[in-house]
Design a protein around this ligand. Structure first.
Ligand SMILES: [Zn+2]
Ligand SMILES: [Zn+2]
Length: 176
């Protein structure tokens, strides 16, 4: 599906707006070291408004993504529900000196807007940095690598951080 939305009709009158529904066009996305796959394309329901100085894009992006649990590495699903609220300037304004530093892809050329980079950026910002298969995932044993959601191991999981040793000996000294 093309994520380029025609806005020529909106540019005729300030205040006019239209609703669009677009599906994100990539089957997966990488954020940091995590890969998120979309079983179904995430769908954005957006309202696009001619606000004279700019074009406003507002709405919500919904869907789900499959990734791996950051604790136990088994598959994890994450729900996508992202509010989108962006102000899109014209290509002329973006290229003027005042707007230096603004991303060029967030621009319209009076004829159309490409919503793809906006949706992609929203996903990158909002997808979880440490997804979990379930809230209380026990993770893998750091000693033997066993999935502690499935089995218990007998590994000693003592803190070996020397800063805690100092604190512990201090506590022992106090209780003696
Ligand atoms: Zn997990
Ligand atoms: Zn273990």
């Amino acid at each position: 599906m093309d994520l380029r939305i025609r806005i020529a009709d909106l540019m005729k009158e300030v205040g006019s707006s239209k609703d669009v529904e677009v599906a994100f066009d990539k089957p997966e996305i990488t954020v940091g070291e995590l890969l998120f796959k979309f079983p179904e394309p995430p769908v954005a329901e957006l309202s696009i408004t001619n606000a004279e100085e700019s074009v406003l894009v507002r709405g919500i992006l919904k869907g789900s993504a499959q990734t791996s649990c950051s604790r136990c590495l088994s598959p994890a699903m994450t729900e996508i529900k992202i509010k989108i609220e962006e102000e899109v300037l014209s290509i002329d304004e973006i290229e003027s000196d005042d707007a230096e530093g603004l991303p060029e892809q967030y621009s319209h050329d009076y004829d159309s807007i490409d919503l793809s980079p906006m949706i992609e950026q929203s996903l990158i910002i909002d997808l979880p940095a440490a997804p979990l298969c379930k809230n209380d995932c026990a993770g893998l044993c750091p000693v033997c690598g066993l999935d502690r959601n499935l089995e218990q191991c007998d590994c000693e999981l003592e803190r070996t951080d020397p800063r805690w040793d100092a604190l512990n000996s201090l506590k022992q000294g106090l209780s003696e």
